[in-house]
Design a binder for this molecule. Structure first.
Ligand SMILES: *Cc1c(COP(=O)(O)O)cnc(C)c1O
Length: 385
């Protein structure tokens, strides 16, 4: 057994990352300086989008995207119940109503048929989530959106670097949102990004993250101007030059980090193939997932234990397992505000009872992966019927 806890996710920071932050600390700009634009341009180029607009977190980026989509009170937006609460919360921030649709049993991503059934004349947007890093069923969702005049905001916070039918996430939906939280593929501490090909969205996003002001401080300093105009009600959601310098440095290693995550996923898949008690995550043939998480589902029918017991047993082996996610509509805030009682989204709710996220991060060593495989085989073997 390991003698230290292996977390389910963590950042990797090298001397090159540290040096890039030190350099910016010695420079003239700690925020709203040259690193912001450099990071945004490099990121847009990497995913294959025309524009990238940085934000102070993935949640702020989601808020910006919902604003840029024009959502307002009375409007509805459809999303997955099996996500981090921020995906639905951002709809509430703009006074609109999040509506959930159940997920597909294989990928646990939004099921386009269930989405279609929830569309009303008030539906203005759909927010597919690329659960665990496996892209959502984007073509089917985009087709529905085109037919019903909905904006597609893809929550790709799990899926930086994932490929869907040969294209990278970030270049497909109207707007795509990423997070740079330390457990994600690229870490800036806190941080987020929206990518888009739409100039109108990029403009709205830039204003929204800067108080609704139509030019930035550096632009004014360069132009020798004092005048600025606040044209809409925005926020201070800017990402600092310190964070953007770190982001630029991390971006250089993204390809290598993605290959490492894919190697780890392949090792897990091979190790668990014949383990009747667990179901490894499904991969559809038209995608290449980015593997933010590695969520296995327990075949409870084959086990004499429930998820909580398996979870505790893995923790006792010093494997830092986690659960993603408690379905959003089961949280007290959503229950109380919208009257959910449970049972509304049976596929997501059944998955929740079985899910355990195994450690998955690019800094894992081969020994770490071996420790996880051994612990899972031991615990599942122990509880096998
Ligand atoms: C991480 C995450 C977010 C929010 O990102 P923060 O940067 O932590 O605000 C939103 N949605 C999903 C699915 C996430 O995993």
């Amino acid at each position: 057994m390991r003698n230290t806890l292996l977390p389910y996710g963590r950042q990797s920071i090298g001397e090159d990352d540290i040096q890039s932050v030190v350099d910016v600390l010695r420079s003239d700009w700690l925020t709203t300086g040259p690193k912001v634009g450099e990071f945004e341009e490099a990121f847009a180029a990497w995913v294959g989008a025309k524009y990238a607009v940085s934000f102070s977190s993935g949640t702020a980026a989601l808020h910006g995207a919902v604003f840029a989509a024009g959502l307002k009170p009375g409007d509805e937006a459809i999303t997955s119940p099996l996500t981090f609460a921020a995906t639905a919360n951002c709809v509430l921030y703009q006074g609109a109503t999040p509506v959930f649709a159940d997920v597909s049993a294989d990928t646990l991503n939004l099921d386009p048929e269930k989405v279609a059934a929830r569309i009303t004349p008030r539906t203005r947007a759909v927010l597919p989530v690329d659960y665990a890093g496996h892209p959502a069923d984007l073509d089917a969702i985009l087709e529905l959106a085109a037919r019903h005049g909905m904006v597609v905001i893809e929550d790709a916070c799990h899926a930086l670097g994932a490929e869907y039918r040969g294209r990278r996430t970030g270049s497909i939906a109207d707007m795509t949102v990423f997070s740079f939280h330390p457990v994600k593929h690229l870490a800036t501490g806190e941080g987020g990004m929206v990518t888009t090909d739409r100039a109108d969205c990029a403009e709205a996003l830039r204003r929204f993250r800067n108080h609704g002001i139509s030019s930035d401080a550096r632009q004014r300093q360069t132009d020798g101007q004092w005048r600025y105009e606040m044209v809409l009600l925005g926020f201070n959601y800017r990402l600092t030059d310190i964070a953007c310098a770190l982001g630029l440095s991390q971006l250089k290693k993204l390809d290598a980090n993605l290959s490492r995550r894919r190697q780890i996923a392949a090792r897990y898949a091979a190790a668990f193939r014949d383990l009747a008690g667990v179901m490894p995550p499904a991969v559809r043939p038209d995608v290449n997932p980015a593997w933010h998480l590695y969520p296995i589902r327990l075949n409870l029918e084959e086990l004499s234990a429930d998820r909580a017991q398996v979870f505790r047993a893995l923790r006792a082996e010093n494997i830092g397992v986690n659960v993603h996610y408690i379905p959003v509509h089961r949280h007290p805030y959503y229950r109380d505000r919208f009257g959910y009682r449970g049972g509304e989204y049976p596929i997501a709710e059944d998955a929740y009872e079985r899910l355990i996220s195994l450690p998955m991060f690019h800094g894992m060593t081969d020994e770490d992966v071996g420790d996880v495989v051994r612990a899972v085989c031991k615990v599942i073997g122990h509880y096998a019927r």
